[in-house]
Design a protein around this ligand. Structure first.
Ligand code: SF4
Length: 700
């Protein structure tokens, strides 16, 4: 008999509701959940193909030690012994966890608790560092907390939607569909796309600004100066609810027109058109994603955008506000439980002794980390140079996805003890592990995720766990028990972890903050099983919606938001040897390093091999023809890709997708080209502006 289960798509940050139908013969089909408020029944190509990606080919089914099958007892004993010994001999900062936006909130919570409260280090970071950490840092500077104020409905209510650094059509396809439908229904609605490439998102753009790489800070500084000269400036709002306006404006006004044009690469007419449109439209939503975040100036870009919304009071009201789009299904959930090296838990601050004391008391923890840990790029450098003695990687493939990918691989062979928990035992990262632990995948694991608009939804199991695969939270709780912390990790299931996370949020809620997740502290297992998706914060009566910053109050001590006085710096990385700018990103039908989407023939048919977009004039100058193999080289390494000659690509720049790995073909990992340059505030790597050169491939 067929059984239907409501769950959530495990790919992008849109967080679509899915109904998985399992037939009596085990076949699985999926459809969009018409009742889920993120997608109302829609699914994109990746979500629609979920049923094609859950076979057991390549699955890791049993724990392995040094390549031989082992029992869970033996493997977990070894992990606990090696982590315990590393801490005893070298101190807590000699160990690290590297987790993932694929982890469920419950997995993240347990990992964060074990590392920060019981091992005593903050060396837990996540591949979400590559996703949205510049937005986190920018929000904290402006708002006093990492708070995303908007909802998806705001995009539909806006009269102007600005998409900067976001190829929404391919990276958040269902949200794009919602926006396109809203625009079709309201032809007066305008969409501006700010992107060096003419992406598919430009199909609905009234204005495309082909900005130079990293020109965003200058563009939004120029906009702030323009707003200050226009009726759009909300002086009453600035006076009542903000600080720092004059310093930010002084920096913005110091940027002359010639510099603005040089840094953005835009014409005066393009700039003027955008500024007038923004100033003249009250209901504006500005969405920003990896093109903003993945930059050495990512945090300043975010604050330059926030400055413009604060200057106009266009925040906390329907159809207006800044909106950070998270890349991964649970990047937001990880933030909620503090699963990053510079966060604590329940939106508390690692550097604040009162917050540390509160979390430590709640956890009844023997210690608490008292300073930020190593962020992603630095974490693997520390593994490479011997500072990290034991490393546990969970649900991610950094040998492919991180910058300095060859250094990451070398780090894993240098590090004395590497544990990898994953569904697959054949990823580039899994091959470097001393211990492999088989994890549950989508359809097998149970927990919650939070999407870009702060909507918490359940991922539910509808498949039997294959082989000996177990939940990630269970694996960590078992190691915690072996390290002598069993009482604090005696969870019987994910509902108990979620309830504890809720209780910590309530414990933290001293009246000045109202995240309302605390209401779930006493939730039963049955209630957790039935939990419908919900947005936080929730009104006390749980009716309707509550909107962040609707009252003009922010989370800084004085209740006021902060303008940040950013300055625009040139980010020219090209040299005579590397005269092109390489930009990297996603394609429509693949997810990250393709360990799941690569299984679907339908998805692979969209774009079957790694490619490199190049402008026709650059191609002609370099002797490159369309569909020819080319070598793309950076100061770090080289890859071999198929040339795609197209006017969608700006002159002087290249674009290559990030998905392919060495299992597909030698020299296909884009991460091997990208240097480990990071934003100084967020630690987020810069993957959009890499010096490179291209040439026709010549076999050796
Ligand atoms: Fe999944 Fe994102 Fe597609 Fe929705 S838009 S179905 S969450 S990949």
């Amino acid at each position: 008999m067929a059984v239907e289960t409501k769950t959530t798509c495990p790919y992008c940050g849109t967080g679509c509701g899915v109904i998985a139908r399992r037939e009596g013969d085990g076949q699985v089909s999926v459809k969009g959940d018409p009742d889920h408020p993120a997608n109302f029944g829609r699914l994109c190509s990746k979500g629609s193909a979920l049923g094609e990606t859950i076979d057991l080919e390549g699955r890791l089914l049993h724990p392995e030690i040094g390549g031989r099958q082992a029992s869970w007892e033996e493997a977990l004993d070894l992990v606990a012994e090696r982590f315990g010994a590393a801490v005893a001999e070298h101190g807590p900062d000699a160990v690290a966890f590297y987790v993932s936006g694929q982890c469920l909130t419950e997995d993240y919570y347990v990992a964060n608790k074990l590392m920060k409260g019981f091992i005593g280090s903050a060396n837990i970071d996540t591949n979400s560092r590559l996703c949205m950490s510049s937005s986190v840092a920018g929000h904290r500077r402006a708002f006093g907390s990492d708070t995303v104020p908007g909802t998806y409905e705001d995009l539909e209510l806006a009269d102007l939607v600005v998409l900067t650094g976001s190829n929404l059509a391919w990276c958040h396809p269902v949200l794009y569909q919602r926006l396109a439908a809203a625009k079709a229904a309201r032809p007066d609605m305008k969409v501006v796309v700010i992107d060096p490439r003419r992406t598919m998102t430009c199909e609905i753009a009234d204005l495309h600004l082909p900005i130079r790489a990293d020109g965003d800070v200058a563009l939004f500084m120029g906009l702030l100066a323009h707003l200050a000269r226009s009726p759009a400036l909300d002086r009453a709002y600035i006076a009542a609810h903000t600080r720092g306006f004059h310093a930010a404006l002084a920096e913005a006004e110091a940027l002359d027109d010639a510099t603005l044009q040089a840094l953005t690469g835009l014409t005066p007419a393009e700039i003027e058109t955008f500024f007038r449109l923004f100033a003249g439209t009250t209901k504006v939503v500005t969405c920003y994603s990896q093109g903003v975040n993945q930059s050495t100036s990512g945090t300043d870009k975010v604050n330059a955008i926030l400055n413009c919304h604060l200057a106009t009071g266009r925040i906390g009201r329907p159809g207006m506000g800044p909106f950070s789009l998270t890349g991964q299904p649970n990047a937001m959930g990880g933030r909620e439980v503090g699963g990053l090296a510079n966060m604590l838990a329940a939106h508390m601050v690692l550097e604040d002794p009162e917050h540390r004391g509160r979390v430590r008391r709640f956890w009844k923890a023997p210690v608490i980390a008292d300073r930020p840990g190593l962020k992603a790029v630095d974490l693997f450098r520390a593994a490479a140079d011997g500072r990290i003695k034991a490393l546990w990687i969970m649900a991610t493939n950094p040998v492919v996805s991180l910058p300095e990918a060859d250094l990451v691989r070398a780090a894993l062979s240098t590090c004395p003890f590497v544990v990898v928990s994953d569904m697959s035992g054949t990823t580039d990262t899994a091959r470097e592990a001393d211990v492999l632990l088989p994890s549950l995948g989508w359809g097998e694991k149970d927990g919650t995720v939070t999407n870009s608009e702060r909507r918490i939804s359940r991922q539910r199991a509808f498949l039997t766990a294959p082989g000996e695969a177990r939940a990630d939270w269970w694996q960590m709780a078992e190691v915690a028990r072996r390290l002598g912390h069993g009482a604090a990790f005696a969870y019987q299931g994910p509902s108990e972890i979620f309830a504890e996370h809720a209780a910590l949020s309530a414990f933290e809620n001293d009246g000045s903050r109202d995240f309302d997740i605390g209401a779930f502290a006493d939730m039963s297992n049955e209630a957790y099983e039935e939990l419908p998706s919900f947005l936080w914060p929730r009104p006390a009566n749980r009716q309707g919606k509550e909107r962040f910053f609707a009252d003009g109050r922010f989370y800084h001590g004085d209740g006021k938001a902060r303008f940040v006085a950013v300055s625009a710096q040139p980010a020219e990385r090209r040299t005579a040897d590397f005269p092109l700018t390489l930009n990297t990103g996603r394609i429509r039908d693949q997810w990250h390093t393709m360990t799941r989407t690569g299984k679907s023939a339908r998805l692979s048919a969209h774009i079957a091999e790694p490619f490199c977009e190049i402008h026709p004039r650059d191609a002609a100058a370099l002797g490159i023809e369309d569909a020819q193999l080319v070598t793309v080289t950076s100061p770090l390494g080289r890859v071999i890709l198929r040339a795609l000659v197209t006017v969608r690509q700006a002159e002087g720049a290249l674009f290559a997708p990030m998905h392919w790995n060495d299992a597909y073909a030698a020299k296909a990992r884009i991460g091997a080209l990208i240097p480990g340059l990071t934003d100084p505030h967020s630690g987020q790597p810069a993957t959009k502006n890499v010096a490179a050169r291209a040439a026709p491939f010549a076999a050796a």
